[in-house]
Design a protein around this ligand. Structure first.
Ligand code: UTP
Length: 297
């Protein structure tokens, strides 16, 4: 079954413990790269890929996310009054058409697979995208657009994939390739967080997926997998067992793991350097800092 992908699920119910104490009161997805929260990058990517309905799986303490996508009449009136049309324009990206965004709660953090399953009634019987906003991808054509395009030919399930150093594979879901066709790889197995010496490859899954409703049915039945959580990769791997297609796409672009502090810092520098208004000043500053570090060593 091939159909257009128009819905995306954003699982954001995790506790974000790696960013404590910040995430004690600020949702990780609201943390900001330059001047836009992580979630804005994900929404922009989804829009570019043709997504029309945005489903957030949230948890207690994520109210700031709902406010972010709401109209702010007082702020907008004040900007209008002072003629700040450029800022009003900037705010437009944060507004959602009525009914285009929905929130469901995951009452306990029982894993990514469980979070996706919580959105089942809003998805119904059609393929959908899953996007993790803490994976931020800088790309000429957005990562999800590349996947949607490839999916139009393959159908089935598709995951975004990238090569990682062998000693890092145990942090990822890892693909067992059947046929490597260059950017597209057909997959005969998937393992969640394998030890480096047992990993079937170094092709890791990152936070973009296109999945069929069959995956929801599997999540319904799935027993707890690796780490005592319900894993999305286990449900996708089950598709292979059932004889259905799963592909990995080596997307073109640079992925930043903004779920880690080091990744977040790197993304901040890269996105800063990508902006005309900061490039020169930031380059000069970084050059000075690096030179001073070398002298100090
Ligand atoms: P992570 O593994 O990064 O967990 O989840 P986390 O809670 O966000 O962060 P740490 O590890 O405690 O620092 C990957 C994605 O899956 C979502 C998270 O919100 C994040 O977007 N998730 C994870 C859920 O929605 N529910 C869960 O039960 C687990």
């Amino acid at each position: 079954m091939k159909r257009k992908v128009t819905k995306a699920v954003f699982p954001v119910a995790g506790m974000g413990t790696r960013f404590l104490p910040a995430t004690k009161s600020v949702p990780k997805e609201i943390m900001t790269l330059v001047d836009r929260p992580l979630v804005q990058y994900a929404i922009d990517e989804a829009r570019e890929a043709g997504i029309k309905e945005f489903i957030f799986v949230t948890s207690r303490g994520k109210g700031a996310l709902e406010d972010y996508f709401d109209h702010s009449p007082t702020l907008e009136a004040s900007l209008r009054k002072s003629g700040k049309t450029d800022l009003l324009e900037t705010l437009k990206a944060t507004n959602m058409e009525s009914g285009a965004i929905a929130y469901v709660r995951q009452h306990r953090a029982m894993g990514l697979g469980h979070a996706v399953w919580c959105a089942r009634r809003l998805i119904g019987n059609e393929p959908f995208a899953v996007m993790l906003p803490d994976d931020v991808i800088a790309a000429e054509k957005s990562c999800l657009s590349q996947m949607v395009e490839a999916y139009e030919n393959t159908g089935g399930c598709m995951v975004a994939a990238m090569e990682v150093p062998k000693d890092r594979v145990s942090s990822y879901g890892v693909l067992d390739p059947k046929e490597d066709m260059g950017s597209l790889v057909s997959v005969k197995g998937m393992v969640e967080k394998p030890p480096a010496d047992e990993a079937p490859s170094n092709l890791a899954v990152i936070g973009r997926y296109i999945v069929t409703p069959d995956v929801l049915r599997t999540l319904n039945k799935l027993k707890q997998g690796a780490g005592g959580e319900v894993q999305l990769t286990d449900a996708i791997a089950n598709e292979i067992t059932e004889g259905r297609d799963v592909h990995g796409l080596r997307f073109k672009g640079q992925r930043f793991d903004c779920g880690t502090k080091a990744g977040f810092l790197q993304a901040t520098v890269s996105f800063g350097l990508a902006r005309d208004e900061f490039r020169d000043e930031l380059t000069e500053y970084l050059t000075e800092v690096v030179a001073a570090q070398k002298v100090a060593q």
